[in-house]
Design a protein around this ligand. Structure first.
Ligand SMILES: O=C(O)CCC(=O)C(=O)O
Ligand SMILES: [Fe+2]
Length: 386
């Protein structure tokens, strides 16, 4: 063995101190979000955002919508619900909820101006300087307005390429004064959109309850139900194969109504494959959330989905998540539980969900798995909670 090279050790220690200092400074920068990161002119994805190889997306580049990696979701024409073709439309809805857990709705009655204004004001919000957006940053999960980055920036080991603005919408009059005051028309445009989403959600739930054959009594629970709007911004990413805009997750509520601009990115799990949902102009993507899977006792499925990023275009999506009031316990509907079809999920409340998301570095971000009851020969055991 040669003599110990003191100079080399000192040099390497010095280098690792510099590296740690860079990481520490980087960490504070990453907390400011990916929009900010992009404004600093990054040309490579920093380590903090690089997924382990098995979790990376395998992006198949295709402008061709016949490619098997692009899926055409069932399209439900809501205007048919008000015609003699209602039964046929309900059948199509039921099939979509069982087979895909996702569908698109057209002829939904939301004016195109309300939709365009919502996308436009969202773009302008994320286009404001960081100092303006920063005012709404909060780590309090119950705050009525919360600007942030990644999926769960306190917990995520690997960050995802997303910034978001979460707005509580219930009750609208009380939360509105907390919403961003700039851009100047943000509150006006966003509240018009939120009102539209609430009525569309109730119309969809009425059709869904009918398709399940359960009592309409549950409908009134949605009048004061929870309503959260998540405005997502996915800036162009220099190396989109290394990271994700959102990791695989399911949504916690009854239904999510999703508006995406014309940039593709949403992928859903279908027959063990990730398939891309091409945007349909003027349509909403609707997906079943964990609460509806529980309420339907597993008949309708809450499906894992994720978001890809791309190197060229900024992408905006607006997700409206709806459920019953937060204090309400969600359990399978009485009509759907019988001896031949036993209860498959534990009763679930919002506090349990909040505990779950704040206590787990969730691998699959799948709350639902933790609520499933597992059946042995003749007894039911509660699945492990955390
Ligand atoms: O951006 C998308 O297409 C999906 C967003 C999403 O899944 C969510 O906000 O929960
Ligand atoms: Fe989602």
């Amino acid at each position: 063995m040669g003599a110990i090279d003191v100079a080399a050790i000192a040099k390497s220690e010095g280098e690792s101190m510099v590296k740690r200092e860079e990481e520490r400074m980087g960490e504070a920068e990453y907390m400011k979000g990916v929009r900010h990161l992009c404004d600093t002119g990054v040309t490579k994805v920093p380590n903090r955002y690089i997924l382990p190889a098995p979790d990376r997306p395998h992006i198949v580049r295709c402008g061709d919508s016949t490619n098997s990696h692009n899926l055409k979701l069932p399209i439900i024409d809501l205007s048919l619900l008000h015609t003699p073709k209602r039964a046929m439309a309900l059948e199509a809805l039921s099939m979509a909820c069982k087979e895909y857990g996702f569908f698109q709705v057209v002829n939904h009655g939301i004016p195109s101006e309300v939709i365009e204004d919502m996308i436009d004001v969202s773009k302008r919000f994320f286009g404001m300087p960081y100092d303006e957006r920063e005012k709404y940053m909060s780590s309090d999960l119950r705050s009525p307005v919360r600007y942030g980055t990644s999926f769960n920036q306190i917990k995520d080991r690997v960050f995802c390429w997303r910034d978001f603005l979460k707005l509580s919408c219930q009750p609208l009059e009380s939360v509105l004064p907390f919403w961003p005051s700039s851009p100047a028309d943000m509150r006006e445009k966003t509240s018009a959109y939120a009102n539209g989403m609430k009525s569309l959600f109730k119309e969809l739930m009425s059709a869904i309850l009918e398709s399940l054959g359960v009592s309409m009594n549950a409908l009134s629970e949605f009048d004061d139900g929870s309503h959260l709007m998540v405005v997502n911004c996915f800036p162009p990413c220099p190396e989109p194969n290394l990271t994700l805009g959102m990791p695989p997750h399911s949504d916690y509520g009854f239904l999510t109504l999703l508006l995406q601009d014309q940039v593709a990115g949403l992928q859903v799990q279908y027959k063990d494959e990730w398939v891309t949902i091409d945007p349909v102009p003027g349509a909403f993507v609707v997906n079943i959330g964990d609460h509806l899977e529980i309420f339907s006792n597993g008949i309708y499925k809450s499906i894992l989905h994720r978001v890809l990023v791309n190197s060229l275009q900024n992408r905006i999506s607006i997700a409206s998540l709806h459920s019953m009031p937060v204090e309400k316990v969600i359990s399978p509907a009485a009509e759907l539980v019988s001896e031949s079809s036993p209860k498959r999920y534990m009763d679930t409340d919002f506090t349990t969900f909040l505990k779950y998301i704040s206590s787990t570095e969730f691998k699959k971000k799948n709350f639902l798995e933790s609520r499933k009851l597992t059946r042995t020969m003749d007894q039911t055991t509660e699945g492990q909670l955390f």
